[in-house]
Write a protein that binds this ligand. Structure first.
Ligand SMILES: C[C@H](OP(=O)(O)OC[C@@H](O)[C@@H](O)[C@@H](O)Cn1c2nc(=O)[nH]c(=O)c-2cc2ccc(O)cc21)C(=O)N[C@@H](CCC(=O)N[C@@H](CCC(=O)O)C(=O)O)C(=O)O
Length: 145
């Protein structure tokens, strides 16, 4: 029996959906950028709906692992996907034309500090976002499974 391909939801945010669609059309994240920096495409499962949702994030990579930074531009609240990644921490991430499975864990202390530095290096506006909110912006490390 061929299982029907599960539908994956686009973001309701127009620009986010547009960048996602470009990745799907071209088959790569190459050339899709925010402030001139590269992005990656996660496919996360909704914590309540169980729906798959395309969630593009900035590309923060080190030694084959990635960081997912729940910045949402420094908004007062975490992005909703923060709950999705906690509820379903194993998911696929596409970087360029390569899609692999990763497992996320939220980091704190020195480990978080090291990844925060890498994140700001990869996408400097993260530092500015953190000054805009007193919530500590969550950082997840994504390791290949
Ligand atoms: C608007 C809302 O988005 P959000 O999950 O809050 O996340 C907001 C943004 O972080 C998200 O759009 C990111 O993709 C934006 N974004 C980045 N967002 C970041 O936080 N960090 C980044 O580094 C980042 C980079 C980036 C690069 C390119 C790009 O196009 C977008 C980028 C959303 O998608 N809502 C949907 C889905 C909601 C959802 O996931 N519901 C859960 C329920 C979860 C619960 O409440 O328990 C479910 O389905 O079960 C809806 O309302 O229908």
């Amino acid at each position: 029996r061929i299982m029907a391909e599960e539908n994956v939801e686009l973001s309701p945010e127009g620009w986010v959906a547009g960048q996602t669609q470009k990745i799907l059309e071209t088959g790569t994240t190459e050339g899709i950028e925010v402030a001139g920096k590269p992005i990656v495409l996660l496919t996360l499962r909704g914590a309540k709906s169980g729906k798959l949702r395309y969630t593009p994030l900035m590309r923060v990579e080190h030694d084959g692992a990635y960081a997912a930074v729940a910045s949402k531009g420094g908004a007062p609240e975490h992005p909703v996907w923060y709950h999705n990644i906690l509820a379903h921490p194993e998911f696929s991430l596409q970087d360029g034309t390569v899609t692999k499975t990763y497992r996320a864990r939220e980091v704190s202390g020195d480990e978080r500090a090291a990844w925060w530095e890498r994140a700001v290096e990869a996408y400097p506006p993260y530092a500015e976002y953190q000054t805009k909110t007193d919530r500590q912006i969550p950082v997840f490390v994504l390791e290949p499974v």
